[in-house]
Ligand binder design. Structure first.
Ligand SMILES: NC(=O)c1ccc[n+]([C@@H]2O[C@H](COP(=O)([O-])OP(=O)(O)OC[C@H]3O[C@@H](n4cnc5c(N)ncnc54)[C@H](O)[C@@H]3O)[C@@H](O)[C@H]2O)c1
Length: 384
């Protein structure tokens, strides 16, 4: 028999897309379904979510549906409860900084969705305050835990690429305008005044993906666009889409590689997955998506000859080889939650913290400025 240790987690914004599906259902409830998190020392950690939000009836229904007993619309009261160990935030981005600030003051450990704040100053402020308060802190960097990117990391670690020359990322899909078919993303994502925009949403992801796999981003050149200027919201009302819905970015990386990533909510998918990264190196190339990764080694690289008079006789895609799983991959959000919980209770190392989160905010801020000023900007290294 192992001993059960309960960790109470205030989950704010748990009714949202990410809060509910990925963090509550696929992470913490999934952990409970497997009997808790086995810490390997005779203890099992049992996450006890306390649902926090603005609408009592929604929280109560959610709690009832999942056999949970604790929910509240009063964040201050929840934070005042000394029995709450961790504050988790998946609210709309614009509400995050203030709430996390309160949670730090209350002495809670912090786990949060990205972006951690709406400005670099705000993001760094949170990181500093958390450090001064001595609380543990973590920021969601889910893409690192995707099977496709884990396989890519395995290739890098195994020396498959030789010298990495370039990374080309293609992310995006068509987000419906909301008139004749409802939009599949919340309308605040398309209003700058509400914290929306694809740069603010996606550049934090690209920062940690590039940083962890290839090298720190040292400069950014970005062009953004609002391709669809009018959309329809959750109530069927038209609104002006004031935020960028596409971003075309070039990132120079420490170590010399260059990355170019297109991000768009106004593009139709002609790819195997919603995001794909092609990495070209002197010894081989790879294309990694969310789940899959295929490679072409130098030794099996064909020699195409440019001749527009002849039709293509071979399928270039067929010349790539699938990288095997060789492992069982858990949900990425859950995998990261587990590491964070171990960090909190066992003090295991954990590097995806509020400072790492601030780097993502920094890249988004500089990306927007690069576009506004029409020039490449250096990305200075930040520290606390
Ligand atoms: N890690 C990822 O891959 C990923 C993906 C999408 C979104 N996100 C992040 O997660 C956060 C939530 O995004 P989402 O897509 O789940 O959004 P959502 O609109 O579906 O959910 C937002 C949540 O915030 C709450 N909320 C609090 N104050 C609010 C206010 N003033 N107006 C509206 N809602 C308010 C809502 O009730 C809801 O629970 C964002 O910060 C976003 O950047 C991360």
């Amino acid at each position: 028999m192992t001993e059960r240790r309960t960790v109470r987690i205030a989950m704010n914004g748990v009714t949202g897309r990410m809060g509910y599906r990925q963090h509550l259902v696929r992470s913490l409830l999934a952990l409970r379904e497997q009997g808790g998190l086995d810490l390997g020392d005779g203890t099992t950690l049992w996450p006890e979510p306390v649902l926090v939000g603005r609408r009592a009836h929604v929280l109560k229904a959610m709690a009832d549906q999942h056999g949970l007993t604790e929910w509240s619309t009063d964040l201050d009261a929840v934070l005042a409860d000394p029995g709450i160990d961790i504050y988790f935030d998946a609210q709309v981005t614009s509400a995050r900084e203030e709430a996390i600030g309160k949670a730090i003051t209350a002495g809670k450990h912090i786990y949060t969705e990205k972006p951690t704040a709406t400005s670099l100053a705000g993001a760094l402020g949170l990181a500093r305050r958390a450090r001064e308060a001595g609380v543990k802190h973590g920021v969601v960097q889910d893409k690192l835990f995707l099977p496709g990117l884990l396989k890519l990391k395995r290739l890098i670690d195994g020396g498959f690429f030789g010298r990495i020359l370039s990374v080309r990322g293609e992310f995006g899909y068509w987000v419906f305008e909301g008139d004749w078919q409802p939009a599949q993303r919340p309308s605040w994502n398309y209003r700058r005044e509400d914290g929306g925009g694809i740069v603010v949403d996606m550049f934090p992801h690209w920062e940690y993906v590039l940083h962890e796999l290839f090298g720190r981003v040292t400069s950014v050149t970005a062009h953004t666009a609002t391709h669809i200027p009018r959309r329809w919201d959750e109530h069927g009302e038209p609104y002006a889409a004031t935020a960028d819905d596409a971003a075309y970015g070039i990132f120079q990386l420490e170590g010399g590689a260059v990355a170019q990533i297109n991000s768009s909510w106004a593009v139709r998918v002609n790819r195997d997955e919603l995001v794909e990264f092609q990495v070209d190196g002197t010894e081989g190339s790879a294309v990694a998506g969310l789940r899959n990764c295929r490679v072409q080694h130098r030794s099996s690289t064909p020699k195409p000859v440019w001749n527009p008079d002849l039709p293509a006789t071979v399928s270039f895609r067929a010349q790539w080889q699938e990288v095997p799983d060789n492992d069982v991959f858990d949900n990425g959000f859950k995998a990261q939650w587990e590491l964070f919980l171990r960090h909190v209770v066992l003090d295991e190392p954990y590097r995806w913290d509020l400072l790492a989160g601030a780097r993502g905010v920094q890249l988004a801020e500089l990306g927007l400025r690069s576009c506004a000023e029409g020039r490449r900007l250096d990305v200075p290294e930040i520290a606390l």
